[in-house]
Write a protein of this length. Sequence first.
Length: 204
Amino acid sequence: MNLETCIKKLGYVGILTFANVDEYGLPQVRSISAIHYEPDAIYFFTARGKDFARQLLNDGHVQIHALTRYKEMIRLTAIARPAPLQEQEHWKDVIFSEQPYLKNVYPRDTREIGIIFVIREAQVEYFNLSEHPIERYYYATEGLDAIRKGYVIGDECIACGTCAAHCPQGCIDEGEIYHIQPEHCLHCGNCFEHCPVQAIERIG
Ligand code: SF4
Ligand code: SF4
């Protein structure tokens, strides 16, 4: 798995869930399919009059979520910005040719009410629930750090083995200090709750 493959898989899913917050800080979720994928960017279309466009123009932070048929979860934490003015018509042409249904929704010249946003910066989480142990990876576009979340075991560990016995994924290695394999961890917290000496720390 890698960042490029994650983006490709988003394209295969087709309809993505976009989450952002409104002016009151309340969650808002939309399904968007008017999307075009480039190797280094994701372009999408919405109408300027929609709350979604207004909210993105106010604060471009967005999370995008997809679940593949193979129980792979892909989540982008990203910033959406309006595409440059001189590129707006080009990306509308591209998206409307790839998504013919849009001509029914915005016939004739009514697509002029549309606005193209572009995402170039993103942190990506990939989570595959169909494998055992599960797989979890983090990626980021250039200039951003990958997200780091989950649990780690610290020097206070007395190697009692309680955490490993309670781990549903069997992803804790024995040792003088036990070790959690981050790429297989569910983040369920069962180890954290059972450690007798509070040697496990939640991060992120
Ligand atoms: S339960 Fe705590 S002390 Fe015991 S092995 Fe796990 S981390 Fe170490
Ligand atoms: S958080 Fe859950 S899956 Fe991860 S190491 Fe702890 S018990 Fe195992």
